[in-house]
Design a protein around this ligand. Sequence first.
Ligand SMILES: NC(=O)c1ccc[n+]([C@@H]2O[C@H](COP(=O)([O-])OP(=O)(O)OC[C@H]3O[C@@H](n4cnc5c(N)ncnc54)[C@H](OP(=O)(O)O)[C@@H]3O)[C@@H](O)[C@H]2O)c1
Length: 440
Amino acid sequence: MSTQLISSIRVGIAGVGTVGTSVVNILRDKFSTFEQQFGVQIAISRVVVRNIDAVRNCDLTDVVVGAELMELSTAEDVDVVIELIGGVEESLALVRESLRNGKAVVTANKALLALHGDELFSLSKEKGVPLLFEAAVGGGIPIIKVMRESLAGNTIHCVAGIINGTCNYLLTRMANEGAKYQEVLADAQKLGYAEADPTFDVEGIDAAHKLALLTRLAFQQSIDFSKITHFGLADIITDDFSIVKKMGYVIKPMSIAKQSSKGIEIYVFPALVSQATLLSHVNDVTNVVQVFADRLSSINCVGPGAGGDATASAVVADLVEIVHAIHNDSLSSVYTPQLDERKQQAQMVDFEETEHAYYLRFQMEDKPGMMKQCASILERFDISIEVLNQNEPKDGENTVSVALITNNVRERILQQAFHEIKKLSGCCSENSSLIRVFQI
Ligand SMILES: NC(=O)c1ccc[n+]([C@@H]2O[C@H](COP(=O)([O-])OP(=O)(O)OC[C@H]3O[C@@H](n4cnc5c(N)ncnc54)[C@H](OP(=O)(O)O)[C@@H]3O)[C@@H](O)[C@H]2O)c1
């Protein structure tokens, strides 16, 4: 795109669903403000949707509404493409062709960038047109801008947070109401907080997509998405919430990437979080991203992680940055995530070799010697017990719940010990829990 003669920026939007509708509404509200601020008119010239006859909750007067996705990548009346269709294959084709044709792109699509970021960011650099993605992580939280600009003087050594609102909502309700996972999931689906097919959210895949992007920014290295370990929520047992509460913790859906001496550790799992931390108070669908850096210890960015308006707010922020750059004839200098020349592909640590403290809970027959056998297995694996909580048997039951928190142990070793304890005669193996403890 030649940037010098442009007095109006023409936007093409792919997808007018939850986020796209809000983007159109915000732009309509702000057209005149932006024109005053930047001296450039912003116009929505085209939108592309699947069903062109559907009624939309936004004003599409004077906008060409089409169903041919790829037309946006070649249309002469489109300078900036906003990709809000989701999915991977079709969005990849659109973003790739748009960049190839010199169009700036804004996307909210974390899956696309987690899987194809290498190709698309290098294409963006080669063509000198930006590919911005603030909305892809943390919805309305401006974490990408914070990491790429505000923390530029720092070396980041860890980024961690709660970056899936659906999971946070489910765990918050299980903790507050003592409800079972399947019950709160069904309710969340009815209320629109969980998709009809919740797999991406509840198995940690959506969070892993976002974490791949945060990790790339934090360490300037390419992340092999297939090597990110992610655990879902389905194994979390309701009883554990009240037990961990007594021990000073809550259970949160954590996503963590950190630089260790062995390489980059990157994983998504439900974890015990100390009640003394801010993270433990981030509830329902709210997200938080915590960045640990050498010059400022740590910062927390908290806010709405999803929703049409919050996500569109981030999309519009990216668009405004592009408009500003076009106005200043500096489009090619807009940020693109760069890889560290010396270590482009991240050395990712095998999850089995990572170390954590663990919360373990066993339901055991109330008979002498059970706890001793359990302790001797832990001792054999050189695992010590840091916190212990033993409940008396409930009326009419002859089993006790034994919960403990270990010292820092390698995952592979811990799993061996856990399985040996579950095999003890008198231990109800199907009613036992293993949850990692979040600590930096
Ligand atoms: N929703 C959120 O809170 C949120 C938060 C952060 C990021 N995001 C990301 O934002 C993106 C959009 O999400 P959304 O919730 O707005 O999705 P959505 O409500 O399902 O809307 C998708 C839109 O894309 C259109 N579309 C899909 N495939 C198409 C195709 N092949 N050709 C033309 N149009 C197509 C659909 O058209 P029809 O309307 O005609 O079906 C619809 O307008 C996704 O990447 C998502 O991960 C969403």
